[in-house]
Ligand binder design. Sequence first.
Ligand SMILES: *Cc1c(COP(=O)(O)O)cnc(C)c1O
Length: 387
Amino acid sequence: MSIAYNKLQVIIDLDAICHNWQLLNQRSGNAIAVVKSDAYGHGLVETSRALAEAGATTFAVGTVEEALELRQSGVLDPAAHRVISLLGPIDDWEYATLAEHRILPFIGNFAQLSKLAENTARLDAPLPISLKFDTGMSRLGFTLETIGQLLAVLDNAPGLLPVMVSSHLATGDEPGNTAYVTRQSSDFLDILTKLSTAGYRVEANLANSGAILAHPDTHHDSQRAGIAMYGTNPFLGTPWEAKGQGLRQAMSVSAPVLDVHTLKQGQCVSYGCTYTAPQDMRIAIIGAGYADCYSRLLTNHASLCLHGTQVPIIGRVCMQMVAVDLRPLDEVGAKQAQVGDSAWLLGGTGDGYVTADQLAAWWGTITYEVFCLLGMNKKQFIQGDIS
Ligand SMILES: *Cc1c(COP(=O)(O)O)cnc(C)c1O
């Protein structure tokens, strides 16, 4: 469900996502496509369909409900494509639906495990599950300390078949914090050894985008690719920047110019009069605001792309509108703004292209959040040879 009443247009370049997945898959051998939270705002079903055509075979969503939506969309082959629920079952009905819809759940605590064991005790075939281990995130997962207890429970749970083992890195995208990666990675290896000693043959995965690109030593049977698949280089602006080269941003977001007028010297614009015109200047009012997930934190603090040029926000971001200073268009001799023109909150054309990293920096957040939030607006998908 997207935000219904607005004029924003999110454009998703599915070719870019497939290109990025292929790059990551080549780097890592076997890249699971992480498509949780509506594919980081890029559209769960459409993104998964395109990725499946590009060769992806495993898709990781968050909740079981998302997994169900993906299965029921019909874009995946039930026999050939795996769907993982990273959060695993939470509500009662979710436990009961896993087997029927071939959803592979991450299981990370004993309550979940026993409940699932009860639910699967009478199945004809055991339910494949992924064992989730905590090696340093301290969120969810079994640990090296509890693995003995885990093996004992599994011994008495004939309805459960562990086929995968996973853990998640806390600093895979931080060049300055490789020691923590090494520690997590070494704990993960201990876990794998214990499982294999106990006779379990499982597919192991640890690496996220950062580790796919920068830590080949953390690569196992498969890796889990998220943010880099959506075009963000986790190492931008760091000494490791080159490791994430060649990725293409897939999301662009436009909103229409609603009005163009002159702000006279000394006049202010928007609530609180936080911007006063230093001279007579042309401004435009754009139809996007914080109700569209274009954050009020961007007040006096970000630029939009208009006719290939970045124009800065002036004054506070309102619920459905924001004002921009049009003087940069004159400075570069660009076309004048007119009512109905597209202003790009993200993406755009020419030198004015707004990257997700730029917008995230202005916003005071990370590209993950920019994509998830702006992706809540209505989406249009482009793929193939569209000129
Ligand atoms: C979201 C997620 C990923 C993907 O991480 P990126 O940093 O976006 O590559 C991988 N594994 C798990 C368990 C996740 O929740």
